[in-house]
Ligand binder design. Structure first.
Ligand SMILES: [Zn+2]
Length: 422
């Protein structure tokens, strides 16, 4: 499906400042700092939204983190390829649609459009490929077929009392593969079970070889959407859909599998297992997790009713650049809690930057620039709070110059001239 409009990213190299450096980031798979990518190209798959509660600040924070990474890569002369999914058919979406009495397709379309508008306002770089799961039913069914054929998956009848028009297909996590379940995510057995339950993995379902085995394919149930496939009529499971879309778009291993920290287990872990069972040497070289955003003491979630929506803040008059600054003021890997006064502080910061940007430079020969400060802070595990402080300090001592203005746009996504013109 179509993505959203790509904001212009100025080239700093064209301004004579050379190339930026490749960033080092904290990789969750190996629990180590790594420089990514190793070579001249980078590919990133980001887990997308389930389109029923777009776009809260938790979403915006996650996609902004990987937008920052992409910007640092581009500045370093890296060729970047990106892909993202939209889980446009899944239990939470269907439940929401049923509760609200709307068609699930309409709900998904509407939320995807809202997400596009929000991402565009925040000047988040769009993925090269934004793929809806309903666009990839056949290849996902084919992959599940291959997992059945290789013995990595098994069929299981629907639980007693549940009406199904065929058998489900589950992934066998007990089969010995190159690495054990849990490795790389540093998750212990009790935690894995708990997280499996929390993320709809149904660990207590009778007949499973392991409580951790996830659904690869859900056989058709009366009244639920279903498609024909190589494994019968039904719809795909959550983990395998991301696995197949990522491998189809980027090949495997690609450079970075990205998502919020709540996706670490079981979602990202199982993607890795599925990919290896499908014959990939590895799913991704690195796995990056953005921190979670809480509000009023709880994780932001629709069920708790504590969502802070990007669209609502913008409708109330927040400038998108200020919202961007408010989010960038938190380190991408940290969990944090949104406070209502953060936006006001960011608006004030934006005003200070704007005042600086519109004051003419009397003596351009001074030649100082914020470019190296932004590059050094961002290459250090995308330290955006330090990058913002570097700009704060810089504008105290130096006039606005073309290079600094371009760097604030290219690396932080804040086009001060455009904000001033509004
Ligand atoms: Zn995913």
């Amino acid at each position: 499906m179509h993505s959203w409009q790509r904001p212009a990213v100025p080239s700093l190299e064209a301004l004579g400042t050379g190339e930026g450096t490749r960033p080092s980031v904290h990789d969750v798979r190996t629990d180590a700092r790594v420089v990514v990518p190793e070579g001249p190209t980078a590919s990133m798959y980001t887990c997308g939204i389930t389109p029923y509660d777009a776009t809260h600040l938790g979403h915006a924070f996650t996609y902004l983190a990987f937008d920052t990474l992409t910007r640092v890569w581009l500045d370093a002369g890296i060729e970047v390829r990106t892909a993202m999914n939209s889980t446009d058919v899944d239990d939470p979406l269907l439940e929401r649609a049923a509760r609200d009495g709307v068609d699930w397709r309409e709900l998904a379309q509407r939320q995807q459009q809202l997400f596009r508008t929000d991402m565009e306002a925040l000047r988040i770089l769009p993925p090269d490929h934004w793929v809806a799961v309903t666009e990839r039913i056949a290849p996902i069914g084919d992959a599940v077929r291959r997992l059945l054929d290789s013995g990595d998956a098994y069929r299981l009848a629907a639980p007693d009392g549940e009406d199904a028009l065929g058998e489900d297909v589950l992934f066998d996590t007990t089969r010995a593969r190159r690495f054990a379940v849990g490795e790389g995510s540093r998750t212990d057995a009790a935690q894995m079970l708990e997280l499996t339950r929390e993320f709809g993995g149904d660990p207590d379902r009778p007949g499973k070889r392991s409580p951790l085995d996830p659904l690869l394919w859900r056989a058709e149930r009366p009244g639920e959407p279903a498609w024909d496939s190589a494994v019968g009529r039904g719809r795909p499971g959550w983990h395998v859909e991301c696995t197949v879309i990522a491998m189809d778009e980027l090949g495997a291993p690609f450079t970075v599998a990205a998502g919020g920290r709540d996706l670490r287990f079981p979602h990202q872990e199982l993607q890795g297992h599925h990919a290896i069972a499908l014959g990939a040497p590895l799913f991704s070289m690195t796995r990056l997790n953005a921190g979670l955003v809480a509000y009023q003491g709880e994780k932001m979630s629709k069920s708790l009713g504590n969502l802070v929506l990007v669209s609502k803040l913008l409708a109330q008059g927040a400038r998108p650049a200020a919202l961007r600054l408010a989010l960038l003021d938190h380190h991408w890997r940290q969990d944090w809690e949104w406070a209502d006064d953060e936006l006001e502080a960011a608006e004030q910061r934006l005003d200070r930057w704007l005042a600086w940007s519109t004051t003419p430079d009397d003596d351009p020969s001074l030649g100082e620039s914020v470019v190296p400060w932004l590059r050094v802070t961002l290459a250090d595990d995308l330290n955006t709070p330090a990058a913002l402080q570097a700009v704060d300090a810089f504008i105290q001592r130096a006039p606005a110059d073309a290079g600094s203005l371009a760097a604030i746009d290219a690396l932080l996504g804040i086009d001060l001239a455009a904000v001033a013109a509004r």
